[in-house]
Unconditional design. Structure first.
Length: 269
């Protein structure tokens, strides 16, 4: 299924009553990544991030009208008990190609909803939470934490959430100061000025032209010379398809009637 937003509608080829109506389409292979909240600071704070699958917690960046994040899929480090495996519930069109190989999972890290449970008014917390731990480079260094590839069935639009900041040290030694996303090794879209926090989420909107394939990367920026940088996981959501406007319905209805009359006249002649 393909999704269209309310301000940019791409028309393909429609068959109406036997007539073909063609319209323009975007260039093949285009990918656009946008920082949803303006590119500075966490978009969701600790309380909302912790209840990211609980519908009784109001969400400020929900795009599919279910008041939850990760409806279309997710990936989180650890399995709720330890770091022997990760929770990989990514969508069918996405394949995880790189994860930080040595995550840390502990009972003392900030708790959040169990990502393996169905969305509900209140989702119980994971017993032990974890995050990727990379300590290469000095303060300000960017390092790779997560890659995923997409196939030709990828929806035209999706929203990616990144959760971070679960490690409790007050100096933020494992809290990233920035998170960025890129595609195919191209220019990164950055969200910076992330505060020291007990938990937070940032969001990127991605627009993909039909048939595009390739690899997305998520990097995090180190805050201090001690510690490193880490993320807890990512979420996937699809925007809700808006209802077609009355004008569009009228236009296509009129085209259908016109095509029907044309076919009748052609049959009589």
């Amino acid at each position: 299924m393909r999704f269209l937003n309310s301000t940019s509608v791409v028309l393909h080829i429609f068959t109406i009553a036997g007539c073909i109506v063609s319209a323009s389409h975007t260039a093949h292979g285009a990918v656009v990544i946008t920082a949803v909240g303006g590119g500075s600071g966490y978009d969701e704070a600790a309380a909302v991030s912790a209840g990211f699958r609980s519908t009784n917690v109001a969400k400020g960046f929900d795009v599919d009208d279910d008041n939850a994040y990760g409806t279309a899929g997710s990936f989180f480090y650890g399995n709720g008990t330890n770091a022997t495996s990760n929770s990989d519930n990514t969508p069918s069109w996405a394949t995880v190609t790189f994860v930080e190989p040595s995550p840390v999972v502990l009972a003392g890290y900030t708790k959040f909803d169990d990502p393996t449970l169905p969305i509900a008014p209140t989702v119980v917390d994971w017993g032990n939470t974890g995050f990727s731990t990379i300590n290469t480079g000095g303060a300000g260094a960017w390092t790779r934490h997560f890659d995923f590839s997409i196939d030709a069935n990828t929806p035209q639009q999706f929203r990616l959430g990144v959760m971070a900041g679960i490690e409790p040290n007050s100096d933020g030694r494992w809290d990233p100061t920035g998170i960025r996303m890129s595609f195919g090794g191209g220019t990164e879209t950055e969200i910076t000025s992330l505060a020291i926090t007990s938990l937070g989420m940032v969001f990127f909107d991605v627009t993909v032209t039909d048939g595009t394939t390739g690899t997305f990367s998520i990097d995090a920026q180190r805050r201090l010379g001690i510690g490193g940088s880490g993320i807890a996981g990512v979420t996937f959501d699809f925007p809700t398809v808006p209802e077609p406007s009355a004008l569009v319905l009228v236009i296509f209805g009129s085209l259908g009637l016109a095509c029907g009359r044309f076919r009748k006249r052609r049959t009589r002649s």
